[in-house]
Ligand binder design. Sequence first.
Ligand code: PLP
Length: 448
Amino acid sequence: MKYEEIMRGIDQRIAEGKLKPGSKLPSIRSLSQELSCSRNTVIKAYDQLEKKHLIYAVPKSGYYIVDSYLSRKGNPKANKKIDFLSAGPDKQAMPFRDYQHCINQAIDLYKEDMFSYSEIQGLYSLRVQLSKQLQDLQVFTPPERICVVTGSQQALHLLASLPFPNGKTNICLEQPTHSGFIESIQHQKAVAFGIERNSRGIDLQYLEEIFKHHDIKCFYTVSRFHNPTGHSYTNVEKKKIVELAQKYDVYIIEDDYMGDLDTNLKQDPMYAYNPSGRVIYTKSFSKVMLPGLRLGLAVIPEPMIKSFLQAKYAADLHTPVLTQGALEIYLKSGMFHAHIQKMRTMYTNKGMVLQEAFKTYLRPSSYSCSLSGFYSTIELPKQLKATKLIERLKLEDVYVDRTNHMYLPDYKKENIIRLSVSQVEVESINIGVKKIAEGISRLLKERR
Ligand SMILES: Cc1ncc(COP(=O)(O)O)c(C=O)c1O
C-alpha cells in the first residue's frame, strides 16, 4: 500500500463522519496493523498531511485532525488567513492617491529648501498647521513648542536619554507597553520601574509609591488605546496621574499615538490638565496614515527645547522636508480631517465586532480591548504559554502576537497574546476569535 492511499483513506473516513475533525487519528502502530503496511508508510502519510496543515502532532500523545479539515479540503477560501498579528494600518483605507498628490505639490513648493539643510525643529509652516490640528485633541500649544520628529519613536528615544529639569534619573513605565520604548530603555541602560496595566488600568496608590521613593524623572504612559491592552484611562484617572506627577515633581511623557481615533470627544489628553510643561505630549502619524512616512511630533516644555533639539540634531539633523511639506498640504487642504472621520468609523465598527466576539467566546476577565479595536490582549490560563497557542493557531491560519518583548525582563508574563484587528476583515473577526477560544480549550484539555 502507498502512502497516498492512506491519505485518501483518511480523507474518506472524515468525509463519511467515521473520523471527526478535532479528534485523534489512529496511532501509527494500529493503522499499520489495520492496513497491513509498514509503519514508515503511515508515518509518511501523516507527515504529508501535517505539511498540508490538515493534521498536527501533539508530543507524547499522537496526531489530531484540525477543526477546519473539511473547509480546507473543500473550499480553501473558506479558511483564508486571519491576521491579528500585523499592526500596520488597514491597507484598503490608506489615502495613497491623496498623499501622492500632496507629495507632488510639496516637490514644487519646497524644491529650493531641499538643496540645503532645513530647520531642526521642523518646517515652521507645518508646525503652524500642527498647532491648529492639535486643538481638535484639546492640546493647545504655540508652534514654537512643537518639534517635528522622524516618527514619534524618535521623540521617545531622545526623551529617554535626556536630563530632565527635576534632576532625577529613573523612568517609570506601564507593563506591558510599546516595545519600541522598552528597546530604547534597554539600549540606553536606563533604570526603569514598571507598573502593571491591565483591563482595569493601573494601581494609582502603587504609582504614588514609585513616584515617592524611586527618583523618577518621568512616567511614560500611553493614555488612550494603550499598546498592547487597548485600555484608555478615564478623565478622572488622567487628572489624578497628573496631580501625582505634580506632587512628586515627575514629568509625564504622554504617548497619544492614536488619539485621532477617539470618537469620544469628551476625552481629554493628560496634557490638557497641565499644558505648561509637566506633560510632554507625543503624537504619531503612523497608525492613521502611513508608517513609512516616519512623521510624528512632540510638544516639549520650554526649558527642555534646547537640549531636545541638540539631541535631534545629533540623531538626524532634521526630518525630511518632502514628507513634512506633504503633511502640511494634507492638513491644510482638509484631507486629513476627512480621512480621520472615515478611519474612526471603520475602527469603531471593527472594535464593536471584536468586543461582541470576546463576550461570546472568552471568560469575562480574560481579555482587554478598546473601542478602536486596534489593539487588545487575551490572558491565557496560567498553565498555558502564549508561544504554544500561537504555533497551534498558525495551523488554522490564524496569526496573533506574543507580548514578551513588551515587558521589562523582571516583569515578563508568558501567557498574554496581543491582537490587532487593523488588517482583519470585519467578517473574519468573529471566526478568528472563535478559533482562538477553541485553541485555548483544546490546549487545556491536552494538558489534563
Ligand atoms: C504606543 C506606540 N507609540 C509609538 C509608536 C511609534 O510610532 P511611530 O511610527 O510614529 O514612530 C508605536 C508604534 O507602533 C506605538 O505602538
